[in-house]
Write a protein that binds this ligand. Structure first.
Ligand code: CP3
Length: 345
């Protein structure tokens, strides 16, 4: 039977090992595509693109049309959630995101907007999901997403991206109870946000914890594992058939605890994870990953060799082919074609 319920992605996320894995790429819609740059220029800004449903829909569809990938990911950003909670958000060219005022202590929590008022800001995102549920090809499922509480908190506290998440780590050591309130607020907000995406038509969801690797093990359990478990359990109660993919980037050996204790259907592996280890240690979940995105800049012969190695290393286990992190703006779209040929044969 045709349809997204029987799509390759959803079959693998339900635990099936396929001869040829489904393929999609983190950040598959973005600046490496000329058609994206053109639409972004017309939209004015990245945020206008995110909050204009017709444009966000179109940008989501661009890589599907050009390459025939096996899944679409909603075009949005993990920082729309703090924006909806009342922080001002801007993306300035070449400088990355800015959030203001910073939420750096427990007093600042009181200045955030209540969770049930997020919809005012996020309604266009849900409208984008509804449109995509109608316009995507029947066999291409739509993945919704959110940032995980720890990673989102690291931006809210610093007001920008940081190499070491220093401001959030300092708050959590000075005032663990106050910091935990921020993590709990974000856990609740993320459940509401992902639930609304599923209601609007997302068929799987992914939780991006890009900075999971900067926490010591006991804090990793409190701020990465616990929120992920609560989010997955809350969604599973209402939508047991909707798989959740977790991406605790940089988790190292903690990937094992993450895979076994969060209830995720799949874990996304960063580039540094050895696949023979993952295959043994992470049984019971589907594995997504983990090509170094830089070979999409440099091309063959390494690109095809490494892609085929990943397919072979995960043969016989449920595997979704992906990158170990997002594709970069200097990637060559022709290399994506080479990648698909290497994976699909
Ligand atoms: O993957 C997709 O195609 C879907 C859309 C998506 C974007 N960001 C679009 C985007 C997704 C899933 C994200 C996730 C995201 N955003 C993460 C987690 C994943 C990761 O990469 O670790 C993080 C940490 C962010 C925060 C963020 N957004 C930063 C730090 C930046 C600036 C750096 C950069 O790459 O420009 C963004 C901007 C952003 N988000 C762009 C896109 C396409 C570029 C905006 C532009 O057009 O200038």
């Amino acid at each position: 039977v045709a349809g997204a319920g029987n799509s390759k992605l959803l079959r693998v996320l339900r635990g099936e090992a396929l001869e040829v894995p489904p393929v999609w790429m983190m950040r598959q819609a973005g600046r490496y595509l000329p058609e994206y740059r053109e639409l972004r220029a017309r939209a004015g800004s990245f945020l206008d693109l995110c909050y204009t449903p017709e444009l966000a829909e179109e940008v989501t569809l661009q890589p599907i049309r050009r390459f025939g990938l096996d899944a679409a990911i909603l075009f949005a950003d993990i920082l729309l959630l703090p924006h909806a909670l009342g922080q001002e958000l801007s993306f300035s060219e070449g400088e990355g995101p800015r959030l203001a005022p910073v939420v750096a202590d427990r007093q600042a929590l009181g200045r955030l907007r209540p969770i049930d008022e997020m919809r005012e800001t996020l309604a266009p995102v849900y409208e984008t999901v509804r449109r995509l549920a109608r316009s995507l090809p029947a066999d291409v499922p739509l993945i919704g997403f959110a940032g995980a509480p720890w990673t989102v908190a690291s931006y809210m506290v610093a007001g920008q991206g940081t190499a070491d998440q220093g401001p959030a780590r300092c708050w959590m050591y000075r005032d663990a109870e106050g910091f935990e309130r921020l993590i709990e607020l974000l856990t609740e907000a993320t459940i509401v946000y992902l639930a609304a995406q599923i209601e609007a038509g997302a068929q799987a969801v992914m939780l991006f914890d890009s900075w999971a690797g900067s926490l010591p093990p006991e804090r990793f359990v409190r701020y990465v594992i616990e929120p992920a478990r609560r989010i997955t359990a809350a969604l599973a109660r209402a939508w047991p058939q909707v798989p959740v993919i977790g991406f605790p980037r940089g988790a190292g050996v903690m990937y094992e605890v993450f895979a076994h204790e969060t209830g995720m259907a799949a874990v996304a592996l960063d580039t540094a994870v050895p696949l023979d280890w993952a295959r043994r240690a992470l049984r019971g979940v589907a594995l997504q990953g983990n090509l170094d995105p830089m070979v999409l800049v440099t091309g063959d012969p390494e690109l095809s060799r490494m892609a085929r190695r990943i397919v072979e290393a995960l043969r016989g286990v449920p595997h979704v082919f992906n990158l170990g992190h997002g594709i970069t703006p200097d990637a060559d779209p022709r290399n994506v074609e080479l990648l698909l040929r290497a994976v699909r044969g």
